[in-house]
Write a protein that binds this ligand. Structure first.
Ligand code: APR
Length: 239
């Protein structure tokens, strides 16, 4: 199967990262001027940082949520919704992003492996509810009333969500496509190798070569808003 650029309509697994939302104005983490060049991730995206100063962490996510709400899906998001709609086989989209731009572009199903900052979660009972614009440490959980509200996101040192489903999709993939991610963070950075080991063809679409670029069968570098629609059009037009 790997020698065919387009699988018979097989199973396409797509992984996206911050680069797919960059042109919607949400920036990325590790690029020059990225979030981690302006904020210390240890304070803001770790359980330890939350324990030390929950107010600062909640304010950080209020700010990101507000930016995401003001942002709009870009042509890359729309192209990925299109391939999910028009591809005759299965398309599984896994994202590391916590924004909802894929859904707002009409993506039928999105697996948020790092959670979503559009939702709140109770650290005591696990209950989830739509995140308000502003969260405060004293916010009571609507289910158990504990003052343990946090964003429903996965922090460093925590286990990503939906890993069993993702592992099954990687085993079944005929084509694995990585879009807008640096390949710096595991387990997502290991997905291409896992899909490849299961016989899938692997493709990277990114502004520049990622840390794993060498393991991909095919790479296309440029802005997601340009290279993703072109790649999708090529796949859907292929005989
Ligand atoms: N089009 C395509 N790719 C882009 C664009 C663009 N317009 N702009 C930036 N990129 C690429 C960069 O070249 C980089 O390789 O997107 C990648 C973004 O990398 P990171 O900032 O490391 O983001 P990501 O890979 O999603 O981070 C993984 O790390 O901080 C944690 O939990 C967070 O989910 C995140 C995870």
């Amino acid at each position: 199967m790997r020698d065919r650029a387009v699988p018979e309509p097989g199973h396409i697994v797509i992984l996206t990262g911050a680069g797919v939302s960059a042109e919607s104005g949400l920036g990325t983490f590790r690029d020059p001027g990225g979030l981690w060049s302006r904020h210390d991730w240890r304070d803001l995206v770790t359980p330890e940082g939350f324990a030390r100063d929950p107010g600062a962490v909640l304010a950080f996510y209020d700010w990101r949520r507000e930016r995401a709400r003001a942002a709009r899906p870009n042509p890359a998001h729309h192209a990925l919704a299109r391939i999910a709609r028009d591809w005759p086989g299965t398309v599984t989209l896994v994202t590391q992003n916590v924004d909802d731009l894929h859904e707002r572009a009409g993506q039928p199903e999105v697996i948020h492996m790092h959670g979503s900052h559009m939702a709140a979660r109770c650290a005591a009972c696990g209950h989830r509810w739509p995140a308000p614009a502003v969260m405060a440490p004293a916010d009571p959980c609507p289910a158990c009333a504990a003052a343990a509200a946090r964003p429903d996101v996965v922090w460093f040192g925590e286990t990503p969500q939906h890993m069993e489903r993702i592992a099954a999709a990687l085993r079944a993939a005929d084509l694995f496509v990585s879009i807008g991610t640096s390949g710096a963070v595991y387990p997502a950075a290991g997905f291409a190798a896992a899909a490849r080991a299961a016989g899938a063809r692997t493709v990277e679409l990114n502004l520049e070569p990622s840390e794993n670029a060498r393991i991909f069968d095919e790479t296309h570098h440029g802005r997601a808003s340009e290279i993703v629609p072109a790649w999708v059009a090529g796949i859907l037009a292929a005989p």
